[in-house]
Design a binder for this molecule. Structure first.
Ligand code: GH3
Ligand code: MG
Ligand code: MG
Length: 309
């Protein structure tokens, strides 16, 4: 756990509450925290979503708008900062609503003392870490650290929808390692695993940080490329081929292994209208790459399978 000073954000339209909270902070017994203050809804949400705060203390009353609204907006924006909700008086209805909307804890303002506040901060921090670890477990491929199949499917559905709504292009690349079974057979499963890890490490830097790469099967990978049309998706597929095929992989006691991959690319809206159809188009292009001799990238062209739906 990080032991450095933690930045805590207070979103509250009341300066007195800020002073009071600051005074509580100076009475903490352990842990090093600094308190920062946002007095309005707009400033609060912007600073919260910046992601630099360890915990956010969010007041129910925020001028014209209320903290529940801000809480829901933050959660909808995938905010990862733990939020502790502050209510003016013991009001069970608001407390319950806050917890159900995504707050990790709540404090009743009149009852707050340094001990209670410190305890709640520590609890929110711990709970936030646990949630983050669970999130990682649910979305990450353990072997390579890439996204897993489940996360990939969800992202693809979301990004397809977004691309359609905003009229953006969306590229996809499907990858399958060439003759991977032979590597396993000749060198063993653990060398195969080491190869898979190195392949992941090599293809990750070939795309931008906004693009997402997943291991969607044993020796199969896929990439979602934001705002990439057919030509740039093919470019990315070629870079991945090159990154893996251009230098042998040292994955065990024997000499470095020559590894290659085949890739198929497709893009929205040119080649498909739905994520599933997009994957299917790229898969067919991948099949063409295999049939054409492997170690290459092929872009989906509809005429390829004309007459063979
Ligand atoms: P092709 O060029 O036609 O794709 O040939 P291939 O041998 O790669 O194709 P195939 O699908 O027949 O074999 C894939 C092999 O990948 C089978 C399996 O032994 C291996 N494999 C699948 N998942 C894993 C894994 O997690 N670790 C290791 N080491 N091997 C795996
Ligand atoms: Mg395969
Ligand atoms: Mg294969």
């Amino acid at each position: 756990m990080d032991t450095g000073t933690k930045r805590i954000l207070l979103i509250d339209d009341d300066r007195i509450q800020f002073r009071l909270t600051q005074a509580h902070f100076s009475n903490f017994r352990q842990g090093s925290y600094t308190l920062e203050w946002a007095a309005t809804y707009e400033e609060g949400i912007a600073r919260l979503l910046s992601g630099v705060y360890a915990v956010c203390l969010l007041d129910y009353r925020l001028g014209e708008r209320d903290g529940l609204q801000l809480l829901r907006e933050a959660v909808a924006a995938d905010c990862r900062t733990p939020i502790i909700f502050l209510t003016a008086e013991s009001s069970a209805a608001v407390d319950i609503e806050a917890m159900e909307s995504g707050a990790l804890d709540y404090l009743v303002k009149g009852e707050i003392n340094p001990h209670l506040l410190e305890r709640s901060l520590r609890y929110a921090l711990k709970m936030g870490e646990t949630l983050e670890a669970l999130r990682r477990l649910a979305t990450q491929d353990e072997l390579t650290g890439l996204l897993n199949r489940r996360a990939f499917d969800r992202l693809l559905a979301e990004e397809t929808e977004r691309a359609r709504r905003f009229g953006h292009a969306l590229g996809i690349v499907m990858i399958d390692l060439d003759h991977f079974k032979a590597i396993n057979d000749a060198h063993g499963h653990s060398v195969g695993d080491a190869v898979l890890r190195e392949v992941a490490a090599r293809i990750r830097p070939t795309v931008r940080t906004v693009d997402r790469i997943a291991r969607i099967g044993g020796e199969e990978f896929a990439a979602i490329l934001l705002q990439a049309d057919g030509a740039s998706a093919l470019d990315a597929a070629r870079r991945m081929c090159e990154a893996v095929g251009s230098a042998p992989i040292a994955a065990g006691p024997s000499a470095p292994l020559a590894v290659s991959l085949s890739a198929g690319s497709a893009s929205l809206p040119a080649d498909a209208d739905l994520g599933v159809a997009l994957m299917d188009a790229a898969d067919r292009a991948l099949y063409r790459a295999k049939a054409a001799g492997r170690n290459q990238a092929v872009r989906w062209v509809p005429t390829h399978d004309a007459g063979h739906p």
